[in-house]
Design a protein around this ligand. Structure first.
Ligand code: PNW
Length: 477
């Protein structure tokens, strides 16, 4: 069955989009330039103890200053699409007020540069860099943040709404809510289950309000979307079904149901009743959140194994979360997260391409009318860097494990397409090695290596492999 995911020679249908993704705080650097205000990730990364090695995004890949070089790199790799995120604090340094022209100009130049090179711009409005000034007023626990987000969306949409092909409102609200306000592993580093659930709702609301705001200003009939990191769950032992139900509720259905059907799942409300009565949900919110979507973005890396546990202190961190103060699973006090056998990436995440196929097939069964796109998939592995005069950079970077990971997951996508899934494309995470949040620069996801001393970009073997895939639409040997 493992060999079912080798995929060599399989051809994707014409128009299948093959590209890559990054996020503003992870690649841009230039943290204090051209009027950018501080975000929660500046504050968090500059607070000792939060990020490995004390790393910050101050410089990152210096993408802000190397935009043209990076655009040329994407063109060299033959990418069909590039998914980037816009840093809210570059547009509104305090999260409110008029747009900063220098901030808009940067993203306008980025979008034009993509279009000139025939690369489709997929813009994400929020990939976690909330203006610190808004966090000071409660951040995502404050309903006003969702309203401010709609105004930010309108400003960006007014500038770029004639050129962006796909608008994604939020990247992985699960991470924003539960890692940001529940476990504390991500900015703003809060550990409060009530705050986490309040954030879930205000993120959902922000999505709905932003789609409405974008629709009112864009002129080129773009696609509207949101990207979720849905959890593919495996249950174990007695009570496996109940454990899966609980985590599926709090991780997946708490987003999918309001976005696609309207309202929150009854069982999630019941599971979390000791934390909140959800009275932060107001009349009319359900209609705002449920906006028609043109495509759903799916980020997939691994699977999650759970079981029901009757002890006092379940392990909540086996799936790669740092062992920090809080839990990212409010209300799920009886669930244990189990380590999984088999090969793992450098993040400790188990490698299971069948999980991606399963996820895509199950989404398309429950929502047959909703096109899907894999907006992130990839792997952190150590790279082997060797001198090689035959390469343009004089250096080869061998990353067989990454090539193998990508091959298997791209094959999973192909299998899903064969099974009738309306899957529009696959974007590899990431174009460049970058600031991997709590792990700083220690984990490398790029298909292009970044030398953090010189900031030189060196395509890895996986970049050449992916370029061939993008050029031919066929999974290489
Ligand atoms: C995603 N987790 O993050 C993000 O969208 C990227 O910015 C990130 O670099 C990439 O995956 C790799 O980590 C996640 O703890 C971060 O479950 C953490 C988790 C999941 C996704």
């Amino acid at each position: 069955a493992d060999d079912d995911y080798r995929g060599a020679g399989l051809q994707f249908p014409a128009g299948f989009v093959l590209g890559s993704a990054t996020a503003s705080y992870q690649v841009e650097g230039a943290a204090h330039e051209d009027g950018r205000g501080p975000s929660i990730w500046d504050t968090f990364s500059h607070t000792p103890g939060n990020v490995w090695n004390g790393d910050t995004g101050d410089v990152a890949d210096d993408h802000y200053h190397r935009l043209d070089e990076d655009l040329d790199l994407m063109a060299d790799l033959g990418l069909h699409a590039y998914r980037f995120s816009i840093a809210w604090p570059r547009i509104q340094p305090t999260g409110r007020g008029p747009a900063n022209p220098a901030g808009l100009a940067f993203y306008s130049r980025l979008v034009d540069g993509l279009l000139e090179r025939g690369i489709r711009p997929i813009a994400t409005l929020y990939h976690w860099d909330l203006p610190q000034a808004l966090e000071d007023e409660g951040g995502w626990t404050n309903r006003a943040t969702a309203e401010a987000f709609a105004e930010y969306a309108r400003l960006v949409g007014t500038e770029l709404g004639d050129r962006v092909a796909t608008w994604t409102t939020l990247n992985e609200p699960w991470c924003s809510a539960y890692l940001g306000y529940g476990s504390g592993a991500h900015a703003p580093g809060r550990t409060d289950p009530l705050a986490a659930l309040t954030a879930v709702h205000h993120l959902n609301l922000a999505h709905g309000l932003a789609v409405q705001a974008l629709r009112s200003v864009v002129t080129n009939d773009p696609d509207f979307s949101i990207t979720l990191n849905l959890h593919v769950l495996r249950g174990e032992g007695e009570g496996a079904e109940e454990a899966v139900r609980q985590i599926d509720g709090i991780a997946n259905r708490v987003f999918l149901q309001p976005l696609l059907e309207g309202g929150y799942p009854d069982d999630v409300l019941a599971d979390t009743a000791t934390i909140t009565d959800w009275s932060f949900v107001r009349d009319g919110d359900a209609e705002i959140i449920r906006q028609p979507l043109d495509v759903l973005g799916v980020n997939y890396y691994s699977t999650t194994k759970v079981r029901l546990w009757d002890g006092v202190s379940p392990r909540q961190n086996a799936d790669g979360h740092k062992d920090v103060g809080g839990s990212p699973w409010p209300g799920a006090d009886r669930i244990e997260f189990l380590p999984q056998p088999g090969p793992h990436t450098d993040m400790g995440w188990n490698i299971e391409p069948a999980g991606l196929e399963e996820l895509l097939v199950s989404l398309s069964r429950t929502h047959p009318e909703l096109p899907l796109m894999v907006t992130e998939n990839g792997a952190a592995f150590p790279d082997e860097v060797v001198a090689d005069p035959s390469r343009p950079t004089g250096t080869a970077v061998h990353d067989d494990l990454r090539v193998d990971y990508l091959r298997r997951h791209v094959t999973a996508c192909h299998r899903a397409v064969e099974r009738g899934v309306d899957l529009r494309g696959y974007l590899v995470w990431s174009l460049l090695d970058n600031f991997e949040w709590g792990y700083g620069y220690a984990k490398r996801f790029g298909i292009v290596r970044v030398d953090y001393d010189t900031l030189e970009r060196i395509p890895k073997d996986s970049a050449f492999w992916f370029a061939e895939l993008a050029r031919t639409g066929r999974i290489p040997e």
